[in-house]
Design a protein around this ligand. Structure first.
Ligand code: URA
Length: 224
């Protein structure tokens, strides 16, 4: 049976969306929509399959990601992987990407230090994120940190104000906002690091529940 949308048009199959996603990655590899491509090694597009249940959005590739061309392969990625595992989210059910697809940095000696992307850089890159969300068509979007939340929701939010909420996102998808895993790495002491790791894991448990039950947007976590 062919699925149709509300407007009567045929819904693209997962295979068709996967092909379009691959085309999109190829187009993004040549992206010059902002100046970040000039200094970065390469575009780091999202990774995962069309139809993945959970789509995770980070900020931008870091030094390792820029070199390897894959999102979340550095230390923050290790922490994210452990949190996903503890929340029972299989890697194959997750599509991982970033709000901005090129590494922005400043040089300090031999080191390249991460620099926060500007609003205009986030906006310039938004077309890729929009297409990834449309083509992956996940059951829930997870924003890792405030930059991701801004890109996905189209407005600035504080992490505190949206804590434990299931928000209304693009394509009517539920959105959960949590901390960026790098925040747990940077925390000043082991107690703070453990608390932030636990928060990330708890929020991913919430997202996994939404992916399973398809709970609607606007619901506070724990509400009946
Ligand atoms: N931090 C991010 O936000 N994204 C990555 O891919 C790596 C580190």
């Amino acid at each position: 049976m062919t699925a149709t949308r509300g407007d009567g048009r045929r819904r693209a199959t997962v295979a068709e969306r996967a092909r379009e996603l691959a085309d999109c990655a190829e187009a993004a590899a040549a992206c010059t929509r902002c100046d970040l491509y000039r200094r970065a090694t390469q575009t780091v597009f999202g990774e995962g399959r069309a139809g993945a249940k959970v789509l995770l959005v980070g900020e931008q590739p870091g030094d390792r990601e820029d070199i390897e061309g894959q999102p979340f392969v550095g230390p923050a990625g290790g922490l994210l992987e452990a949190a996903l595992e503890s929340a029972g989210i299989a890697r194959r059910d997750a599509y991982v990407t970033n709000a901005v697809k090129h590494f922005k940095f400043e040089e300090r000696g031999k080191r390249r230090i991460h620099k926060k992307p500007s609003t205009s850089e986030i906006q310039a890159c938004h077309t890729w994120l929009e297409q990834e969300v449309r083509l992956v068509r996940p059951r829930v979007v997870v924003c890792l940190g405030a930059t991701a939340a801004r890109a996905v929701l189209g407005r600035p939010v504080t992490l505190h104000s949206v804590r434990d909420q299931i928000l209304d996102g693009p394509d009517d998808l539920p959105v959960v906002v949590t901390i960026h895993p790098a925040a747990a790495l940077r925390a000043p002491d082991s107690k703070a690091r453990a608390q932030l790791r636990a928060r990330l894991a708890d929020d991913l448990v919430l997202a996994a529940g939404v992916a399973r039950s398809g709970r609607g947007a606007g619901t506070a976590a724990g509400a009946p």
